[in-house]
Design a binder for this molecule. Structure first.
Ligand code: SF4
Length: 441
């Protein structure tokens, strides 16, 4: 059984409220942190090996150490709660059931970074959660954990919740900052990076909800103890939101030492494939990471078990170190049509492209049109090669990672399931009525 750090109290009735959270030991990590120096906290975070839980997996301590500290210029912490990646809903769970864990994490992080005004930028569609967060902020303030001169330390902190307008691109950190400043959420060119010029051109750290919540157990048990959980550079615990054709969809906390097979089939987690069907493929880290076929998902190319961690999921040459991505674990059974699935994703990225750069603006729409044609049985063999060509011209040629995110699912689908694309071309009548998966898997 995986160790629980973030969700250990999630089952307790009323944990959403300050009184219950405090009774369970809430805010003791903040009390401890406020007696430490900011540099000591930073060292603990570095020692913990925590990697950003939003998708990129960049070491959090290193990111914090890049924060510029010019004299007299305010700094900010911005929590990225714009969780919009298809298949990902673990931050929603944290904010809905454990809002004080996030507030406590923000207090510790803001103190470490020197931010007196911090923000939570939350996805617009999570319409009921800002009220939960604002209530928690008021409770924390009433108890002296927010506001002026917190616990007599002289440290001041205000936290504001800002609702997004419903654009997926605002999950990209610079688009988020633009939106937070009241502008259209278009990604900025980098450099300068937010650590130097972020919100209102001030040094800013943007971190995911789960990353900031993880600061609480790191301070509580120490960075060294946190680093002992997990394996290699995949330290601590990770929240996974599991969905698709499984028996037990939900949010799970894992310690990254379990195998993918155990995660899918054990009753503790996904409980196996629905209706006893066979596993066909999985997208292990939200829709922006490549789809992985069952044979490569359960075993590495060397036949070793594949583990639910950054290193093992990346092994095999089908991806870089970001396969854990946003923690959205989407499982597809044998009946699922890969072409249909890829088309759905292409439509999503086309719809969400901000339109600033040509390869993304034009390429995502072009890929969607071709995929639609193939799926309807109206495609030609050359269309598959054209698709391959378009995705290659998008990858690496755009301002922000949305272009790559749109290209990778198409590339992986063709690489691993080209026979399905060809089947649609060769069987135009059948492709309108029947999925390749159902008939030919
Ligand atoms: Fe906008 Fe797409 Fe360019 Fe990102 S890659 S800036 S979403 S057009």
């Amino acid at each position: 059984m995986s160790k629980k750090l973030l969700l250990k109290d999630a089952h307790i009735e009323g944990i959403r409220y300050f009184e219950t959270y405090r009774k369970q030991g809430g805010y003791t990590a903040a009390e401890k942190a406020l007696k430490m120096t900011p540099d000591e906290i930073l060292e603990e975070v570095k020692t913990s090996g925590l990697r950003g839980r939003g998708g990129a997996g960049f070491p959090t301590g290193m990111k914090w150490s890049f924060l510029a500290k010019p004299e007299g210029v305010p700094r900010h912490l911005v929590v990225n709660a714009d969780e919009s990646e298809p298949g990902t809903f673990k931050d929603r769970y944290l904010m809905e059931f454990l809002p004080h864990l996030l507030i406590e994490g923000m207090l510790i992080s803001s103190y470490c970074l020197g931010s007196n005004t911090s923000y939570i930028y939350i996805r617009g569609e999570y319409s009921w959660i800002p009220d939960i967060l604002e209530e928690a902020i008021e409770e924390a303030k009433a108890a002296g954990f927010l506001g002026k001169n917190i616990l007599g330390t002289g440290f001041d902190l205000e936290i504001y919740v800002q609702r997004g307008g419903g654009a997926y691109i605002c999950g990209e950190e610079t688009a988020l900052l633009e939106s937070l400043e009241g502008k259209r959420g278009n990604p900025r060119l980098k450099p300068p990076f937010p650590a130097v010029k972020g919100l209102w051109e001030r040094p800013t750290v943007v971190n995911n909800v789960e990353s900031i919540a993880a600061i609480v157990p790191i301070i509580d048990i120490t960075g060294a103890e946190y680093a002992k959980i997990g394996v290699g550079r995949s330290t601590g615990t990770k929240l996974i939101s599991a969905c698709g054709n499984i028996n037990k969809p939900g949010v799970y906390e894992i310690d990254m030492t379990i195998t993918v097979e155990e995660f899918i089939y054990s009753d503790e987690y996904c409980g196996g494939i629905k209706d006893g069907k066979r596993l066909k493929a999985c997208i292990p880290g939200g829709s922006s990471v490549p789809i992985v076929p069952a044979n490569l998902l359960l075993r590495t190319v060397n036949g070793e078990p594949r583990y639910m961690n950054y290193e093992s999921l990346a092994d095999g040459g089908f991806a870089t170190g970001t396969m854990m991505g946003s923690g959205g674990f989407i499982v597809l059974d044998e009946d699922q049509c890969i072409v249909d699935h890829t088309m759905t994703l292409a439509r999503f990225y086309n719809h969400e492209s901000c339109g600033q750069c040509t390869p993304c603006r034009e390429g995502t729409g072009w890929m969607y049109k071709i995929l639609k044609k193939i799926e309807k049985g109206e495609g030609k063999m050359e269309d598959i090669d054209l698709l391959w060509d378009i995705q290659r011209k998008i990858e690496g040629n755009t301002i922000c990672p949305l272009g790559d995110a749109a290209a990778w699912p198409v590339a992986a689908a063709i690489r691993h399931f080209r026979d399905e694309f060809e089947w649609h071309v060769k069987n135009p009548e059948l492709s309108q009525t029947q999925n390749y998966g159902l008939a030919h898997y």
